[in-house]
Design a protein. Structure first.
Length: 230
């Protein structure tokens, strides 16, 4: 237990450049308080003292703004930065050296039973406001971008961003979609462009015709005047 406390404090120093002293970290980091409360709640949960476990979890939530279900399994050196609004579901499993920012939900989709929350690998960063929903795995060393909504398995060493979450980097290399969705042809724009070209062509033809008629008329008038003078 003491080893856990020490490594939890060390995780704050490893991940937060703003952390100054052990005293400050121990007394002011709500993420740390939530994790410690969770360790007690989880021990109660494992002994099947479910109501006591829930009470500890809810008291912790009241003071820290972080809701970790007592059934969730969390690894070593989890760091919850800022923390407010973090929700971690009952069947969630979190590996070692994970960083979670404020507003993260590790939840279910509401459609599953049994294991319905994600399994997070080691050394994963889950950006602020992101939601990871469902009973799939997020691989080791992966990053979930701020505000991403992840609904599918994430392999190791990937970066996922957006809603719905898509892999934009794998093993340090950028991943490009085979089809560039921002460059998809728009049939209506294409049709309007064709019509505009047709109108331009017709306008030019009419102008040329008009010019020819004017020239012809001018020529005719000129000849008429000439004949009259004769
Ligand atoms: C995703 C993240 C971890 C960076 O991971 P990374 O592997 O270094 O990824 P990169 O910075 O190389 O970005 C890869 C691509 O994703 C885009 N991207 C990064 N974060 C994004 C986000 N949150 N939403 C949408 N797109 C994002 C980048 O613009 C880049 O796009 P491009 O290939 O078109 O240039 C980081 O951007 C992030 O969101 N961290 C969370 C930080 C946080 O929550 N802080 C709160 C502090 S209070």
């Amino acid at each position: 237990m003491f080893r856990h406390l020490k490594s939890d404090v060390q995780a704050v120093f490893d991940n937060d450049p703003a952390a100054r002293s052990k005293f400050e970290v121990i007394f002011t980091y709500s993420g740390l308080h939530a994790i410690w409360a969770h360790r007690i709640a989880h021990a109660c949960y494992n002994r099947k003292w479910f109501t006591l476990a829930r009470i500890i979890s809810q008291v912790s939530r009241f003071f820290t703004g972080i809701e970790i279900h007592p059934g969730a399994k969390i690894g070593e050196r989890l760091f919850i930065d800022h923390g407010m609004g973090v929700v971690i579901g009952e069947t969630c499993v979190i590996g070692d050296d994970v960083v979670i920012y404020q507003g993260v939900t590790l939840g279910g989709t509401g459609k599953e039973k049994g294991k319905r929350h994600p399994t997070i690998g080691n050394n994963v960063v889950i950006g602020s406001g992101s939601k990871v929903l469902g009973s799939f795995r997020v691989g080791n060393n992966s990053n979930i971008g701020s505000n991403a909504v992840v609904l599918r398995e994430v392999p190791d060493n990937c970066t996922v961003v957006g809603n719905p979450g898509r892999i934009v980097k794998r093993n340090g290399e950028k991943v490009r979609d085979r089809l560039d969705h921002t460059q998809l042809p728009d049939p209506i724009i294409e049709m309007l462009r064709e019509m505009q070209n047709e109108v331009d062509r017709l306008k030019l033809a009419v102008e040329q015709q008009q010019k020819r008629l004017n020239d012809y008329a001018a020529k005719e008038n000129g000849q008429l005047d000439h004949n009259q003078e004769d």
